[in-house]
Ligand binder design. Structure first.
Ligand code: NAD
Ligand code: UDP
Ligand code: UDP
Length: 316
């Protein structure tokens, strides 16, 4: 099959591309390198089955493909809030263009949506039926409401134009290739511990998140794309940790001598988050297989290499 991955030079997209290429598909990676990097996919450059297209999805594009994994959108609060209008455009105009493309070429379309559509949830854990508690005018809204519109667009193209859609709600995912300056909690804490500087905890660290290792996530994503269920379906690891627990785990694993530093909690930061994955288990026969410690070990290894290389470069 010929498969388009938007946001393919990003963290999750590049892992997905590795899987698709190894299965023998033809892959087009479309990215504007806003938060993605060529380094993530450089090992495929020159392969005749791989094509890299630098393009901003807020502009239309014509391609001929069989499937579209639509991942293009900055995912870290630091990045999506640095240009919120662009984030909305990417989610709304970008998703519209990719759905228009799916409609024209009759391609199956998978939207990488997010647990953020549940906002600061009043229901715990979050099942797909929960409609969420999202602030429409806060600093996270460009992303949360943007993804909610993206889901609406997908379902309207499905009902109105029979586009074959799949909607996946991704919960916090981590793993190798997250950017060192990504700004999300796992990458921040690992980089800080490796550099021996204090680990930043926003608020008192009692807020919770559920962290899914990237290979598990990609497996769930591919099962959803190639199955019959259109979704929305939650994909995430139900293991729930407070941010303080996460920080202490990383501190223990890397450098028990580093300090913890408490900083103000950002506005609208959700208090807790944990996926109800009953549907993923039932319909996709999927559940995560990598526990937090194991996933962190692999992630730390990858960051250690990169932090050492940048330190060596800085010393030159
Ligand atoms: P990422 O920032 O590493 O990747 C996003 C990619 O999209 C980057 O390569 C970026 O350059 C590209 N991009 C952004 N705007 C674009 C535009 N206008 N045109 C073309 N390319 C553009 O993030 P990620 O963690 O890999 O997330 C991938 C997808 O999964 C996103 O849609 C995100 O919302 C979703 N998601 C991720 C998580 C998570 O924890 N990682 C959680 C929920 C949802
Ligand atoms: N589009 C695109 N590539 C395609 C087909 C459509 O980028 O191959 C864009 C198109 O420019 C439009 C959007 O997708 O902005 C929605 O397309 P659709 O055909 O649904 O709507 P229309 O073009 O009729 O407004
Ligand atoms: N967080 C933190 N220290 C950091 C970065 C984030 O304590 O250095 C907190 C953040 O306030 C949030 C949680 O960790 O409560 C997860 O943040 P992240 O940005 O990774 O993802 P999201 O808020 O989108 O789930």
């Amino acid at each position: 099959m010929r498969i388009l991955v938007t946001g393919g030079a990003g963290f999750i997209g590049s892992h997905l591309i590795d899987r698709l290429m190894n299965q023998g598909h033809e892959v087009i990676c479309l990215d504007n390198f806003y938060t993605g990097t060529k380094r993530n996919i450089e090992h495929w450059i020159g392969n005749p089955y791989f094509e890299l297209v630098r393009h901003d999805i807020t502009e239309p594009i014509r391609l001929e493909v069989d499937q579209i994994y639509h991942l293009a959108c900055p995912a870290s609060p630091v990045h999506y809030q640095s240009n919120p209008v662009k984030t909305i455009k990417t989610n709304v105009m970008g998703t519209l263009n990719m759905l228009g493309l799916a409609k024209r070429v009759n391609a199956r379309f998978l939207l990488a949506s997010t647990s953020e559509v549940y906002g600061d949830p009043e229901v715990h854990p979050q099942p797909e039926e929960y409609r969420g508690n999202v602030n429409p005018i806060g600093i996270r809204s460009c992303y949360d409401e943007g993804k909610r519109v993206a889901e609406t667009l997908a379902f309207d193209y499905h009902r109105q134009n029979q586009v074959d859609i799949r909607v996946m709600r991704i919960f916090n995912t981590y793993g190798p290739r997250m950017l060192e300056n990504d700004g999300r909690v796992v990458s921040n804490l690992i980089v800080q511990a490796l550099k021996g500087i204090p680990l930043t905890i926003y608020g008192d660290g009692s807020q919770t998140r559920s962290f899914c290792y990237v290979s598990d996530l990609v497996e769930g994503m591919m099962r959803l794309m190639n199955g019959d269920q259109i979704g929305p379906i939650n994909i995430g690891n139900p293991g729930e940790y407070t941010i303080l627990e996460l920080a202490k785990t990383i501190q223990e694993m890397i450098n028990p001598d580093t300090d913890l530093k408490f900083e103000p909690l950002p506005q609208d930061d959700p208090l807790r988050r944990k996926p109800d994955i009953t549907k993923a288990k039932q319909y996709l026969d999927w559940e995560p297989t990598i526990a937090l410690q194991e996933g962190l070990t692999k992630t730390i290894e990858d960051f250690r290499k990169r932090v050492e290389i940048s330190a060596a470069e800085a010393a030159l």
